[in-house]
Write a protein of this length. Structure first.
Length: 160
């Protein structure tokens, strides 16, 4: 099983960070490679929601369906994708601190499960490190997005 993790102290109140993480219509403004996201079941983002991410990989548009299985407001979310090429469990954790919000992104995944040993080797040698770097980049972009004030005034609370 592959594993990637990144964390960052974001100098913004936890409610602003939480609201921005749940603002599906603007997520592409701070997530690398993401063209758009759309909820396909259950209105606002929350437990039981299903949404699609549309990612551009070179010339190809990849659609990934995610199911929100846990949603603890201002604290934690778990999203699961049963993608054939990259089944994943993504956990977002937030902790309020005197300096802002500590945010952690963790992803447990399996790269091309049908490849067997080659898949596990590729995960260890390449994907774990690359995906951890990408998660950190997204956290840094989230921090910049919030600092511009754009995220703060566009974010809408989504508690489901």
């Amino acid at each position: 099983m592959g594993y990637a993790e990144a964390q960052l102290m974001i100098h913004a109140p936890i409610n602003e960070v939480w609201d921005t993480l749940n603002d599906i219509n603007h997520t592409a403004k701070w997530v690398t490679g993401l063209e758009r996201t759309e909820i396909v079941a259950k209105g606002l983002l929350g437990k039981g929601s299903i949404y699609n991410d549309y990612n551009r990989l070179g010339w190809m548009l990849q659609v990934t369906t995610w199911h929100v299985t846990e949603f603890e407001p201002m604290s934690r979310q778990v999203h699961i994708s049963a993608s054939a090429g990259l089944p994943s469990t993504m956990t977002l954790t937030l902790v309020a601190t005197p300096d802002g919000t500590y945010v952690q992104f963790k992803v447990d995944f399996r790269f091309m499960p049908r490849w067997g040993f080659a898949s596990r080797l590729f995960e260890r040698v390449v994907i774990n490190k690359v995906l951890s770097g990408l998660l950190l980049q997204n956290l840094q972009q989230l921090d910049r997005y919030l600092k511009t004030g754009v995220g703060a005034w566009q974010a809408i609370s989504h508690y489901g």
